[in-house]
Design a binder for this molecule. Structure first.
Ligand SMILES: NC(=O)c1ccc[n+]([C@@H]2O[C@H](COP(=O)([O-])OP(=O)(O)OC[C@H]3O[C@@H](n4cnc5c(N)ncnc54)[C@H](OP(=O)(O)O)[C@@H]3O)[C@@H](O)[C@H]2O)c1
Length: 276
């Protein structure tokens, strides 16, 4: 049996990863705060030394994008510095490491989107901290998959879809930003694609995994409401109408040039809405 340690196992993606890898081929070990703290090298050393996993999947992160602008030190520790500890420990034990990053490592100024090898240029503290994580992984790691994703939604965490469904219950009309574009990613599909990637034994390196199709937050909302049968009127507005602490990329469509494409986001969204 393949021993796999999933860190961040209580999070939106981590929960799906635990479900997807719970088959007879894998012995799954779950870890999250407080039993492991990835900002503490001794904590990582203890857990990896005890389990000696064949594979470590790191789905732990500081994911509050605006919160990162205030808690800069903590966000850089969790999303950036921790990767040095994790990679070095994986090297010692011989584990393959899977780590996740974000479209927010790009500045969003390239209208055609971003390929795996494109230059990063983050515009927010969250993006900068995730870029530091990527750099540590590339600097110290040898057996790793770095998977970038965007606009995650799933059953086990706060996400945009849930927020819009709640706002539709609370308000008579909504205004939603129509000048930020990205690719929604269903956590369950991403977990399945992660397992396929590991089992394909493709070359280590950077991969982009999202659902297919670029949309704006406004069109994403309209599709959510259409599929959920919600009639609340939605008006498109520009980003400057909703000033936020962290700057978001204008266009961050992640282009996948290395793997078979995932299903369209609309189809994944339909399944998600049926399940909740
Ligand atoms: N959410 C998105 O839209 C999005 C978009 C692009 C990329 N990503 C990336 O996708 C990955 C998964 O994101 P997600 O949304 O599933 O995350 P999430 O739901 O926020 O879950 C992250 C988990 O990590 C835990 N954690 C935080 N600090 C930790 C530490 N120091 N040690 C150990 N565990 C810690 C959290 O615990 P607490 O809850 O107790 O803090 C939580 O259980 C992350 O790498 C994220 O950067 C996410």
């Amino acid at each position: 049996m393949i021993k796999i340690l999933i860190i961040g196992s209580k999070g939106m993606l981590g929960t799906e990863l635990v479900e997807v890898f719970s088959t007879s081929d894998y012995k799954v070990y779950k870890a999250d705060l407080p039993e492991i703290d990835i900002t503490d090298s001794a904590s990582i050393q203890g857990k990896l030394g005890e389990i000696k996993p064949d594979i470590v999947i790191n789905a732990a992160a500081f994911t509050d994008v605006d919160g990162c602008e205030e808690q800069i030190e903590l966000c850089h520790k969790v999303n950036g510095q921790a990767l040095e500890y994790l990679v070095k420990e994986c090297n010692k034990v011989g584990s393959t490491l899977v780590h996740y990053s974000t479209d927010y490592v790009f500045d969003g100024e390239k209208e055609e989107g971003y390929k795996e090898a494109d230059q990063t240029n983050p515009q927010s503290q969250y993006g900068k901290s995730k870029e530091l994580g990527e750099k540590n992984l590339q600097k110290y790691g040898d057996k790793y998959y770095l998977i970038r994703l965007s606009w995650l939604f799933g059953k086990h965490g706060n996400n945009f879809v849930e927020t819009m469904l709640r706002l539709a219950r609370e308000k008579d009309r909504l205004e939603v930003v129509n000048d930020q574009f990205g690719k929604p990613t269903y956590a369950k599909d991403l977990a399945i694609r992660t397992k396929e990637l590991l089992e394909s034994q493709k070359a280590f390196g950077i991969y982009h995994i999202t659902n297919e199709g670029v949309t704006s937050w406004y069109d994403f909302t309209r599709e959510i409401f259409k599929l959920a049968g919600i009639k609340t009127p939605v008006t498109p507005v520009t980003t400057d109408k909703f000033p936020r602490p962290a700057k978001r990329p204008h266009y961050s469509g992640l282009i996948n040039t290395k793997l078979p494409l995932s299903r369209p986001w609309q189809e994944a969204l339909g399944e998600y809405l049926d399940e909740i």
